[in-house]
Design a protein around this ligand. Structure first.
Ligand code: URA
Length: 450
């Protein structure tokens, strides 16, 4: 009898779910218990889904958020790159539509002499994911073992992988579950997810790109600032230099949305071309990374240096080198037609003349998921070739019957749903809207805004 009692686990997932459902603060031990049991595979997805939804609805205290971040961080290895002679820096975004800046920034910043050990995620909800974009490059391996990750970083100055069974395994599982259970939109879960990965990377400094607008998880600026402060505070608690930029996601970034299409735009930017908003954001984020990493005295100087590194062709060469080292077909850098291409395309034309006044950016991201560019269930595979190319952005003039967007697809039924969603997402008015800034504000030390 005694033996049976001592064999019973002290932790019961159902108790933790009920407590959170009823708005009672969880202890560090309860949160750690749930994270560890889920990572080991001892708690099923359905119980953790229920708990995640309770967190979305009830929120978390600062102590709970810290306990969640710490347990997720400690679920795996914390890397130590102190033997590398240079500063280690990274950037992470809270998720957007058409946001391919990570693929530009890792090689660009490495070209300036810093090390960028980047651990990223897959598509989340309606937003695209860096790993899915990298995997659109034939052969690119985002699942390097730690020793290989270290080797690539050593040789090239940047390496890009996903959460593994060794690094941030708790985020790997929770991230995939949140993607398909409507439990992404919680600042506490986003903070723990992002910071557990980033703190496991052994970095010295981190630039956070916190999106706001109709395509972001934080639709309004107040919520974005709250999330930014939470993450900056968490990073500082762990002794890192952290800055958060609140940036605009009220329309897609750049013109291309979809995994392979976005790689094309990355190559364009690294060639010194590409859409203005994407180029500007990349250069600004790179400026901050170089500044925090001690390469430039000011952000402006870092931005200027980044622009020169692109013009010289060195950043593009670094991208090619990283692709080669991670097993990918580096010839895509010279010839993007080597990327997988969709079998069909169709155009969405403007119903009238006027000016693009707004875009329902989340719906454009969802349209890409519907085309097959993201997942609706955990086990879904992603179609790298599908996506959307916008021909007009907010503020631009359009004539009746002029193309607004081209849809790249492999299934008629999916294309039909996506087409309707995109057409309804683009609003046309007589007058131009008030222009939103690309960078809304910068949050540096907890609470300090510029
Ligand atoms: N990026 C992450 O890594 N996690 C989130 O929860 C959102 C964006």
């Amino acid at each position: 009898m005694n033996e049976t009692i001592s064999a019973l686990p002290t932790f019961r997932a159902i108790d933790v779910i009920r407590k959170k459902r009823d708005g009672i603060e969880l202890t560090r031990e309860e949160i750690e218990g749930l994270v560890n049991a889920y990572t080991r595979g001892d708690v099923p997805d359905y119980q953790v889904s229920a708990w995640l939804m309770a967190v979305v609805l009830r929120g978390m205290t600062r102590a709970e958020t810290a306990a969640l971040t710490d347990s997720m961080l400690r679920s795996g290895e914390v890397l130590d790159f102190s033997s590398l002679p240079t500063q280690k820096v990274d950037k992470h975004s809270t998720g957007g539509v058409g946001d391919k800046t990570s693929l530009v920034l890792a090689p660009l910043v490495a070209t300036a002499g810093l090390a960028v050990p980047m651990i990223s995620g897959r598509g989340l909800g309606h937003t695209g994911g860096t790993l899915d974009k990298l995997e659109a490059i034939p052969g690119f391996n985002v699942n390097l073992p730690v020793a290989e990750f270290r080797r690539v970083l050593d040789v090239c100055g940047c390496a890009m992988i996903g959460q593994t069974a060794e690094i941030a395994p708790a985020d790997r599982k929770l991230y995939a579950l949140r993607d398909v259970t409507g439990t992404v939109e919680s600042p506490y879960l986003i903070c723990a997810s992002i910071m557990s990965k980033k703190l496991a990377e052994g970095i010295d400094a981190l630039v956070l790109d916190v999106k706001t607008g109709s395509g972001a998880f934080m639709k309004n600026e107040k919520d974005a600032v709250f999330l930014a402060e939470l993450m900056v505070e968490t990073g500082e608690r762990m002794g890192k230099k952290v800055v958060a930029l609140i940036t605009d996601m009220d329309q897609p970034l750049g013109k291309m949305i979809g995994n392979a299409l976005e790689v094309i735009e990355v190559v364009e930017v690294l060639r010194g071309e590409g859409p203005e908003d994407l180029r500007e954001l990349c250069l600004h984020l790179a400026g901050w990374m170089l500044h925090l990493g001690g390469v430039s005295k000011t952000v402006a100087e870092g931005t200027q240096l980044s622009s020169q590194l692109i013009s010289s062709g060195k950043a593009l060469e670094k991208f090619r080198h990283m692709i080669e080292l991670q097993g990918g077909d580096a010839r895509v850098v010279d010839d993007t037609t080597r990327l997988l291409q969709a079998r069909q395309t169709c155009q969405i034309v403007s119903p009238k003349s006027g000016v693009i006044s707004s875009m329902q950016c989340e719906h454009i991201g969802t349209a890409c998921v519907i085309l097959g560019g993201g997942r609706e269930r955990k086990e879904d595979s992603v179609d790298p070739a599908v996506g959307i190319v916008l021909h007009k952005k907010v503020g631009e003039r359009v004539e009746a019957r002029e193309p607004l967007a081209t849809v790249y697809y492999n299934s008629e039924a999916r294309a039909d749903r996506a087409r309707r969603l995109i057409a309804d997402s683009i609003q046309i008015a007589d007058a131009a809207p008030v222009k939103r800034p690309l960078i809304h504000r910068v949050i540096q030390r907890s609470g300090e805004k510029r």
